[in-house]
Ligand binder design. Structure first.
Ligand code: NAD
Ligand code: WQD
Length: 336
């Protein structure tokens, strides 16, 4: 079964490709490499023994997509491609809306022309904004987003929802990821942010490997278990298997399907620092700093719907997330 993976050279897409190949599927990757390295393809081959077809190109290039759909018998599409840095999205809103919203519309239009109407979209817990209560269920309010990145995800969700209303033969699955972390257990693949990492786990990993001096902990005065921010960290391999479960569970069913992909457990910043120190066998230097503007206190997923309807549940612990990240980071100190 040929599945088109947009953004398949990126962090989550590459791990999902490995999981797909191991499940007997055939990913075809398109990526413009704006945030990924070509070396990823070799790593996928080292792990699986299979080098997937990779075409470098942009999801906003409709002619490129048309020729791709004409040349291959694509069964469904998993759409990872997008820009994802919150701070950058505040500085460059037009670029974010063009890439994430316009890019998704061009993709959906090309799919319709080709008669491919099964789409899984990488959405985010960011669409819930600052949640009124935790755990967050799929019917919690969405749309009160706090930055252009989050708004772009919400807009694409809305466009695809309206598309399914208008054309009920589509199958659209919105997967709302919580905080993806970790790496492939081989240590061959992981997250490779360019420049200063925006996210907690890659920052901790770069402190541990000596690339940065210390972690700034953004606030210890939240009303959480230890005052630091609490999030639902999910191992990227669990996230990858969630995509297979979605393709198999609802990927053939017409309509709109929405699932949280998280663990249902919240961990604080200091708990993540502690878990990482244990994994790497040394303390991770940190300093308590002011809150980061726009941050929420805590957020974790209700995982019941995915368990019930997809038979999928995350199984990997925070200790495994830290150990796998450390294996990747220590074997590849400068990334790919
Ligand atoms: P990533 O940046 O590692 O991967 C995205 C890939 O898309 C990159 O390889 C990039 O080169 C490619 N890309 C971007 N714009 C493109 C375009 N116009 N045409 C072709 N390729 C393009 O990010 P990731 O962490 O793997 O995230 C994948 C998806 O999941 C994104 O849509 C992101 O918004 C979403 N998401 C990520 C997180 C997270 O914390 N990592 C959380 C929730 C949702
Ligand atoms: C986690 C916790 C920080 C860095 C972001 C996006 C969200 C989604 C996932 C894509 C918070 C604290 C962080 C640091 C710190 N992405 N922290 N020092 O903010 O939950 O979510 O990534 O969809 O849209 O907003 O993740 O990893 O940045 O932060 O203390 O250097 O770590 O305050 O409590 P976040 P994060």
């Amino acid at each position: 079964m040929e599945v088109l993976i947009t953004g398949g050279m990126g962090y989550i897409g590459s791990h999902t490709c490995v999981e797909m190949i191991e499940a007997g599927m055939t990913p075809i990757i398109i990526d413009n490499l704006c945030n990924a390295k070509a070396e990823v393809l070799n790593r996928i081959e080292q792990i699986t023994g299979v080098k997937p077809l990779f075409l470098q190109g942009d999801i906003r290039d409709e002619a490129f997509l048309d020729s791709l759909f004409a040349a291959h018998d694509i069964h469904s599409v998993i759409h990872f491609a997008g820009l994802k840095a919150v701070g950058e999205s505040v500085a460059k809103p037009l670029e974010y809306y063009d890439n994430n919203v316009n890019g998704s519309l061009v993709l959906a239009r090309a799919m319709r022309k080709a008669g491919v109407k099964r789409l899984v979209f990488s959405s985010s817990a960011t669409v819930y904004g600052d949640p009124q209560q935790v755990p967050i269920t799929e019917s919690s309010p969405v749309g009160e987003t706090t930055n252009p990145y989050g708004t772009s995800k919400f807009m694409v969700e809305q466009c695809l929802t309206d598309l399914v209303h208008a054309e009920p033969d589509w199958s659209v699955t919105l997967l709302r990821y919580f905080n993806p972390v970790g790496a492939h257990p081989s240590g061959l693949m992981g997250e490779d942010p360019q420049g200063i990492p925006n996210n907690l786990m890659p920052f901790i990993a770069q402190v541990a490997v000596g690339r940065r001096e210390k972690l700034a902990v953004f606030g210890d005065d939240y009303s959480t278990k230890d005052g630091t921010g609490v999030r639902d960290y999910i191992h990227v391999m669990d996230l990858a298997s969630g995509h297979i479960a979605a393709l198999k569970g609802v990927g053939e069913k017409a309509g709109l399907h929405v699932f949280n992909l998280g663990t249902g457990q919240g961990s604080s910043v200091l708990e993540m620092v502690q878990a990482f120190s244990q994994a790497c066998g040394k303390p991770v230097a940190y300093e308590i700093c002011p809150r980061r503007p726009g941050d929420i206190a805590e957020c974790w997923a209700s995982t019941e719907k995915a368990e019930r309807e997809l038979g999928w549940k995350a199984t990997r612990s925070v200790a495994e997330m830290a150990a796998d990240t450390w294996r990747w980071q220590s074997n590849n100190p400068q990334g790919y």
